[in-house]
Design a protein around this ligand. Structure first.
Ligand code: NAD
Length: 337
């Protein structure tokens, strides 16, 4: 058999615990023989005028060229005159959809053991357009922008995701009974796309009812697609169902098929540099990246090794009630491969 040419991917180890958990990903990928060649980029210590942020133009170019990357947590430096790092990435790479797979980790007990759903959040407009102003004293206004273009784009991605990942159903989450124009347009776009995917079931669920159903029986859902604000809230709710942000991966999809995977948690300055961090969320994010690249075998292999290690219970980091270091936990995963 021929040796596959390695795929270049950008890696932002990030700040705080970032470099430690990124090291863990590099080791696990090496042990699993994943054909990925990392191109490492760090956040700069000066504002790059071309990006108006501490992210350099070169690092953004790296993601644009490779079209795929993995990002550790970044601590946004405080001060004026620059854009936040996450905002810069989202705007410059046009990351329009945030995808969060949420599944129960066998052996790690939470209220439910059968969660297996995907939230897909529109990431560029809606309530987060940043258009707020005071009309008169005591009255303020915030504009919720919903466009046909952005709604179709995220709906297309949701159905494409469902189809390529063997999912059966897409639920559009909304409040169109009250927000008739905005959420109404969002639903209209979802329906249009649904018509093109007759093999995928489509349903519409009002957000308040969705919350109740999720906490009562999360197994009722498969793929959920929704506007920005609802997605922000529901995706964290779903993370809570499986044990918290420390275990939750995510994948950002951008224009032209760019995919930037990232853990949902922050840089955990309280435990940084102490070899205590749990690399699971970043590892699972890296797994979603592999699925995106159609390297499903490698993705499943690593995914199973992580699940086996956690289920076995011998090596767990402190946040999961164990006593293992980042490096021992990582080694255990490599041994399970
Ligand atoms: P945090 O997620 O960094 O930490 C919250 C708590 O969770 C801490 O007690 C921390 O020790 C723990 N924790 C987080 N990840 C962990 C892991 N992998 N293993 C074990 N424990 C873990 O949130 P915060 O303290 O609010 O934010 C710290 C910094 O991170 C801030 O500068 C913030 O701006 C940044 N942040 C970045 C992102 C991102 O890059 N996507 C997201 C959130 C916060």
């Amino acid at each position: 058999s021929s040796v596959p040419t390695p795929i270049r991917a950008t890696l932002f180890p990030g700040d705080g615990i970032g470099p430690e958990i990124a090291e863990s990903v590099k080791q696990v990928f090496k042990a699993a023989d994943v054909p990925i060649e990392w191109e490492e980029h760090y956040v700069g210590d000066q504002i790059d005028p071309r990006t108006q942020s501490f992210l350099t133009w070169e690092s953004l170019e790296s993601v644009r060229q490779n079209r795929v990357g993995l990002k550790g947590p970044m601590a946004t430096p405080i001060g004026k005159g620059h854009r936040s790092l996450n905002l810069t990435l989202r705007k410059e790479l046009n990351l329009y959809a945030n995808v969060r797979p949420c599944y129960s980790l066998p052996g790690y007990k939470t209220r439910y053991d059968d969660v297996n759903l995907i939230t897909i959040r529109e990431n560029t407009e809606g309530e987060y357009s940043g258009l707020e102003h005071q009309v008169v004293r005591g009255v303020v206004e915030s504009l919720k922008i919903i466009t046909r273009q952005a709604s179709l784009r995220v709906a297309e991605y949701a159905f494409y995701y469902a189809k390529t990942h063997g999912r059966e159903r897409v639920s559009a989450i909304h409040k169109a009974n009250i927000m008739q124009k905005t959420d109404g347009l969002f639903l209209k776009c979802c329906r249009e796309v649904a018509d093109k995917y007759p093999e995928i079931k489509y349903e519409e669920v009002v957000i308040d009812n969705c919350c109740m159903m999720l906490v009562k029986n999360p197994a009722l859902f498969d793929v959920l697609v929704m506007p920005n604000l609802y997605g922000d809230i529901i995706s964290d709710l779903c993370a809570g169902l499986i044990g918290g942000l420390g275990l939750t991966p995510s994948l950002n999809i951008g224009e032209g098929g760019i995919a930037l995977a990232e853990a949902v948690h922050g840089s955990a300055p309280d435990i940084a540099g102490k070899n205590l961090a749990n690399p699971t969320a970043l590892l699972l994010s890296a797994v979603t990246m592999l699925h995106h690249l159609d390297l499903h075998d490698k993705a499943d292999q690593i995914h199973n090794a992580i699940l086996d290690t956690i289920a076995e219970g011998k090596y767990r980091t402190a946040d999961l009630g164990g006593h293992s270091s980042t490096t021992d936990f990582t080694k255990a995963i490599c041994d399970h491969l």
